[in-house]
Design a protein around this ligand. Structure first.
Ligand code: FAD
Length: 417
């Protein structure tokens, strides 16, 4: 059996390893478009802040790991897939036949098509190559403008401040990380960043980038111009499905899959940022674009490619962010439930918001309350019925630990009788 895995990120690497364990005799080819050993984009901020070197971003650090597992790593770009003939076309290596194919090509950053957005000194931070470009310019004291204060933008914010750059952030929404935090939580994060010397411009839109005598300026629609030595674009991502056009594989915002991560084409699966996988909370199919989901998809798709017939129960949409020492997090359906509870301590940079459907916790946000992160996830994922503990949490949401232990005890009591 020949398994071809397209994409050498966390989804592709996890899939290759699971196939090796499940089918010891299978042939496995792992194809990635970048000229690097398989690495984690999630580690790029640590490279920027100098905590690790480039080798520290590699997904597997044991020398010879892939050869030892008989996983052939190929550096090439797929240009087309022909499902009927089970064939993949590569830019340099010609056609490759597959018995089973996994599409794990991830996503690419969206660069707004604006005047000057291709200037020297304007980069996304998506690849190791991007990170090297940024490091070359982000010297202590340099001026940097970050376009986008979403999840990725805010991760980069921390790394850039650690490098000692003078940072301004431009966000077109009215608050930071609007897809992760409500107004109160985002307000705390903004205040925290500003108290650490970062200028935040919300409801502000980039209109052009000027480059005069080697100096850059981000022109905003409100007429302001922010001078910079470096401009980093973190304005969202798009699934890498372009090469699937014309293949007949169904695509929406990502490759469409069923609960077995199988696409609409026979023997072709998809995993990670490139696909719309099942959401645990809603049951709908959506792109999550986080590493834990990519790894979970990769493992499950691999088992299904090996004939194990395992359905995906869905991934929890969760984001945990450490911004200059302030941890913020959101889980599941954080922006809507039938009941909600709130704890707010603005002076202490602490905030907790819980969302319930009946007596089940379905979503949450937390700022500055790191001790609750594990419990929040556990409560949502287990769909634990809180019973009388829900009323207590509505009164005081910080009693999460007691609620978790108390409600779990009820379950073990009833399951014994
Ligand atoms: C700066 C940064 C910080 C992040 N921080 C976090 C975090 O803290 N927590 C978190 O959960 N997530 C984080 N993420 C998101 C996380 O990195 C992604 O969700 C994850 O990488 C998705 O894995 P993947 O395997 O689906 O795709 P990717 O990691 O994007 O891998 C895709 C692979 O496909 C290859 N490829 C693409 N097109 C082709 C083609 N046509 N032919 C052949 N190969 C192709 C690429 O070269 C690459 O090898 C971060 C991302 C960035 C950029």
């Amino acid at each position: 059996m020949r398994h071809v895995i397209l994409g050498a990120g966390p989804a592709g690497v996890s899939a290759a390893e699971i196939i090796r364990v499940t089918e010891p005799d299978a042939e496995i080819k792992l194809i990635g478009a970048e000229p690097e050993p398989p690495y984690s984009r999630m580690a790029l901020p640590y490279l920027l802040s100098g905590r690790i070197d480039a080798a520290g971003t590699h997904l597997r650090k044991t020398p010879g790991h892939y050869a030892a597992n008989r996983i052939e790593v190929i550096h090439d770009r797929a240009t087309r897939v022909d499902p009927a003939n089970h064939t993949l076309m590569l830019a340099a290596n010609g056609n490759i036949r597959f018995d089973k194919l996994l599409i794990a090509t991830g996503a690419s950053p969206i660069i707004p098509a604006l005047p000057g957005s291709d200037s020297e000194g304007v980069y996304p931070c998506w690849t190791l190559a991007d990170a090297r470009n940024i490091i070359a310019r982000a010297k202590a004291g340099a001026k940097a403008v970050l376009i986008g204060a979403g999840f990725i933008g805010c991760i980069l914010l921390e790394a850039l401040v650690t490098r000692g750059v003078r940072l301004q952030v431009v966000e077109m929404a009215d608050r930071m990380i609007p897809r992760m935090l409500d107004r109160t939580a985002a307000g705390l994060l903004r205040q925290w960043c500003e108290s650490h010397g970062v200028a935040i411009h919300t409801s502000a839109k980039l209109s052009a980038i000027d480059q005069t005598a080697g100096r850059l300026a981000a022109q905003l629609e409100n007429g302001r111009a922010l001078k910079a030595d470096l401009i980093i674009i973190a304005a969202g991502v798009r699934a890498n499905t372009q090469f699937l056009q014309g293949s007949g594989i169904d695509i929406d915002t990502g490759a469409l899959v069923n609960a077995h991560l199988h696409t609409s084409a026979e023997d072709i699966y998809a995993a990670g940022d490139v696909c719309q996988g099942r959401d645990f909370s809603t049951g709908q199919y959506d792109v999550h674009a986080i590493q834990p989901t990519a790894v979970e998809h990769g493992r499950l798709a691999a088992l299904n490619m090996c004939g194990r017939n395992i359905a995906h129960q869905g991934s929890i949409n969760m984001n945990v962010l450490d911004t200059l020492g302030l941890v913020s997090a959101s889980f599941g359906q954080w922006d809507g439930g039938s009941d909600s509870a709130e704890f707010s301590d603005p002076a202490g940079y602490r905030y907790l918001n819980l969302q319930f459907q009946e007596d089940v916790l379905t979503g949450a946000q937390a700022v500055g309350l790191i001790e609750h992160v594990g419990i929040l996830r556990g409560l949502i994922q287990s769909r634990l019925r809180l019973g009388k503990w829900q009323a207590r949490l509505l009164h005081d949401p910080t009693r999460l630990m007691e609620a978790y232990i108390g409600a779990s005890r009820n379950i073990s009591f009833f399951s014994r009788v």
